[in-house]
Write a protein that binds this ligand. Sequence first.
Ligand code: FES
Ligand code: MG
Length: 578
Amino acid sequence: MTGPETSGSRPLRSSRWFAGHDVPGFAHRTALRALGLSRQAFDGRPIIGICNSWSEAVSCNMHFRSLADSVRRGVLQAGGLPIEFPTMSLGEQLMKPTAMLFRNLMSMDVEESIRAYPFDAVVLLGGCDKTVPAQLMGAASADVPAIMVTGGPATPAVFRGRQIGVGTDLWKYTDDVRAGRMSLEDYDELEAAAGPSVGHCPEMGTASTLAAIVEGLGMTLPGAAAAPAVDARRYQTAEACGARAVELAWQGIRPSDILTAEAFDNAITLMLAAGGSSNAVIHLLAIAGRAGVDLRLDRFHELAARTPLVVNVRPAGEHLVEQLFHAGGIPSVLKELAPLLHLDALTINGKTVGENLPARPAPDRGVVASLDAPFQPAGGLAVVRGNLAPDGAVIKCSAASEELLRHRGRAVVFADMADLAARIDDPDLDVDADSVLVLTNAGPKGAPGMPEWGQLPIPQKLLRAGVTDMVRISDARMSGTAFGTVVLHVSPEAAAGGPLSLVRDGDWIQLDARAGRLHLEVDEAGLAARRAAKPVAASRFRRGYQSLYVDHVLQADEGCDFDFLRGRSADPGSEPDG
Ligand code: FES
Ligand code: MG
C-alpha cells in the first residue's frame, strides 16, 4: 500500500490492522468504513485515539466532549484520523466508598483499550482527581505514544463576596456549622454557589496537583495545566495536543521516553513547590511503578528538604489556580525552580525542560515567588518512620501547625470509621487538645480503597473550646484541599497487620516530622504480645472487584497499585492475531 504511512520516519502500528489484503485487513477496514469514513480518511495516516473520560456522573469532566472536538480538529489538521473512545470515569464527589478504589480498574480499562485497538498515538482527556493518574498508569503500561490534555480548573465560586476553593473552604465552613457559627440557611446558599462551572477543583487540590504533575513530567504541552476549564486557551491547547499526537505517532516518542527517573524528580519538585496534594505521592509512586522507574517514598523527603514553596495557591497559600495561570502558569514555576530541575529531560513537544522555559519570569511575585524569597521554606512534606510506620508515612507540613510538628501525646484510638462517627463528638470522650487521634482500618485493604478520612474531625467539645488543630494519625489519605497536622498513609496499614493496629488508648506517641520520626512508646516485647493476641482478620470480600482489590493492592509506600500491574506487557499490535 502506498500513501502517508510511508511518508513518516517509521512504520505505523495501525498498518498491522489495515494494510493487509487478506480477511483480517478487509474486516478491519470494513469496521472503519462502517463509521462512514471514505478510504481517503484512513489511507495510511496515523490513527489517533482520543481517550475520553467524559461522564455525566463526573461534573468536573463534563466539558470533555467539546474538548475532544478541539483535539479532533488538531488531529485532522496534522493529517491524522481521530477515533474517540470512552473509558470508565471516576468522579471524586459521587463514587462510593471512594473513587480511589477504582483507580486501578480504570487504569486497566485505559491500558487495554490502547493496547487492543489500532491506535498509533493517544490523547488522554482526564481531569477529576483519579482520572489523571489512572490514564497515566494505563498509558505508561501500554507504552503507545501518548499526550495528555487535562480539563483545567473550574471557575472559582464566590460566596459573600469572597472567592472560595470548594474543598479548602468547605472544611472551614463545615466546622463553622458544627461549632454553631454558621446557620444551615447560609450553608445551603454556599452549596448553591460552590460549583459554578465545569472543570476540576480550582485550588491546588489533587486534581490541580496532578495536572501540574502532568506538565512537570513532560506529558503535555508547556503551559497546558493551569488554563481555566472555560478559557479559550484550553481549547487552543487541546487542538495543539491533537496535532502533536500525530507527530508523536510518526516519531515514535513513547511514554517510556518521557517518564524517566529525572522526569519524576522534576514532577515531585514542582508538586512540592506548589504545595501540592499528599495524594500525588501515591499516584506518582504508582505511575513510576508502571514506567519501570525505581521511585521510593524517601525520595519525596529528600526533594522536600531542598524545595521551598514558591506558589501562593490554596490550601498552602491564598490564591486559586486561575491566578497562577495569569502569572504564567506552570512554566513560570519551572523557570524559578530551574536550579533544582533536570533541565535536559525530554518532554512531549520534543524539546527539553530547559528549552521549554519561558524567557521572562512570572509577572506577579505575589503568586509565583523566586527561589530566593519563597512563601515558605523547604520542607513542605515529610516522610516519617518508626515502630508505628516501619514502611513510612507522610505528613504535609505546609498544611500543618508548625507547633504540632514536634509533639508527644496520648492516643485516642478509633477502630474504624464507624467507631469514629459514633464517638468523636461524645461529650464523655476522654480527649484533650494534646491527645493524638488515631484512626485504623482506613487503608487500601482496610476501608477498602484508602478513602480521604485522614483529616479526622476535631471533637466537637474541643472545637467549641477553640481548638483548631490536633495531631491525627491514620492509614487513610486526605483530600488535597484539607489541612491540619495529619500523618497519613501509615504503612503497613492496620488491616495488613501493621503496628498501627496495635495502638491502644492512652499509649504515648511521639511525632517529630522534621526529623522523620513517628514513635509509639511501647517496647518490642509489648508490641509482640499485642500482636499475638490479635491475628490479622481475613478479607470479608468473597466476589467481584472488591475481592480482587483487597487480594492484590500494594501498600501506600508502593502506590496502591495492583501487584500484577507494575511494568508493562507486550504490544498485541506486534503479535499474531488471536
Ligand atoms: Fe473532581 Fe475535585 S471533585 S476535581
Ligand atoms: Mg479531592
